[in-house]
Design a protein around this ligand. Structure first.
Ligand SMILES: [Zn+2]
Length: 342
């Protein structure tokens, strides 16, 4: 990136109300058949336009074509039975009804590649594309076949790698893996989670990122956050190993939370997408608040490696709120950019 402090969001954006019920996760589609295909493409165009007019430097599809960041990818794999559902505890936090792994998992067809090609035709800006991480996929399913989280994650990593290579060929500049599970299962992250992530990025020449956060601003997550004490030091458990990994960019939550900024020192040398927008409030940050978070982060991240970002995706927010927050991010980054180049 030539721009200093290039801005982006963590990934998801609210969907228009004509496409899916707003302010809800796993929201059902309001169109079907060819109308749904066209509706998703229109929503992608709108999401792109909104990011551009907010002044973001790196754009995403806003996840307009997927119902959920994990399940939509899993739907295209063999070996998973979506009719056979089990209730499991996700991220050790809340119960959800999830599909069951019933046989060997493998990718039968590309999942997002057509969407990425479509998006590449719409913009010359750098594109970041999010995929679920292998450990988070394992944690969003009931496994009745491998009966081993590490083995299943490795199979998912292979499928993700096939998808990632095709996304790269379609012109995606940054491929990001969403791994909220990395903030929960520390031993597993260090034993096999990062190894699976490295399998997923094998052979890629584009940039790669991992997004690790404290989740969407939904009640199960905000309740969980209340139990974490006054200082959130979860990142300390995994950052030393991530610093040594082949991943280029670490995307994390910083703003309004209780994450001590000095944990950023643990990934010194990596590019860091610093969350400077809270996705769990209905208040739009002022550009000055964003700037303050970025200045704080600059004590631990070199300026040429700092990528201002949102704490997490904004899918559950209202569109107006998401637009305001993107603009605040962009204006806050501009304040600090001017200070750095003055
Ligand atoms: Zn997140």
């Amino acid at each position: 990136m030539k721009t200093l402090l290039p801005t982006s969001t963590a990934g998801s954006l609210p969907k228009p109300s004509w496409l899916a019920e707003p302010e809800r996760l796993w929201s059902p589609w309001r169109l079907d058949g060819i109308e749904l295909v066209a509706g998703k493409q229109d929503a992608l165009r709108v999401a792109l336009q909104e990011q551009r007019s907010a002044g973001l430097d790196i754009v995403s599809d806003g996840e307009q074509t997927r119902q959920h960041f994990v399940t939509t990818f899993i739907e295209s794999l063999s070996g998973v039975d979506f009719e056979k559902r089990e209730t499991v505890r996700i991220r050790n936090r809340y119960d959800a009804s999830v599909p069951t792994v019933v046989g060997p998992v493998s990718r039968q067809k590309s999942v997002f590649v057509d969407d990425a090609k479509f998006m590449r035709q719409q913009t010359d800006q750098p594109i970041k594309w999010a995929l679920p991480g292998p450990m988070t996929m394992v944690d969003t399913l009931y496994d009745d076949y491998y009966k081993n989280r590490n083995t299943l994650a490795w199979e998912f990593a292979k499928a993700l790698n096939e998808e990632a290579r095709e996304l790269e060929a379609a012109g995606v500049d940054i491929i990001q893996f969403d791994e909220p599970a990395f903030n929960v299962f520390f031993e597993e992250v260090n034993e096999w989670g990062i190894a699976c992530l490295e399998r997923a990025i094998e052979g890629l020449k584009c940039e790669t990122a991992v997004h690790i956060c404290y989740g969407y601003g939904i009640k199960a997550n905000t309740d969980w956050k209340k139990t974490l004490g006054t200082e959130w030091r979860q990142y300390e458990e995994t950052f030393p190993s991530l610093q040594k990994s082949n991943i280029d960019i670490i995307s994390l939550e910083c703003h309004n939370g209780r994450v001590p900024f000095e944990v950023l020192e643990l990934v010194r040398g990596k590019k860091v997408m610093v969350g400077a927008i809270d996705v769990a409030t209905d208040t739009i940050e002022t550009p000055e608040e964003v700037a303050a978070t970025l200045r704080h982060a600059l004590k631990y991240v070199d300026a040429d490696k700092l990528y201002p970002c949102t704490n997490c995706g904004m899918a559950p927010l209202s569109r107006e709120l998401a637009r305001g927050k993107m603009r605040a991010l962009s204006e806050g980054a501009e304040i600090v950019r001017k200070e750095l180049t003055a």
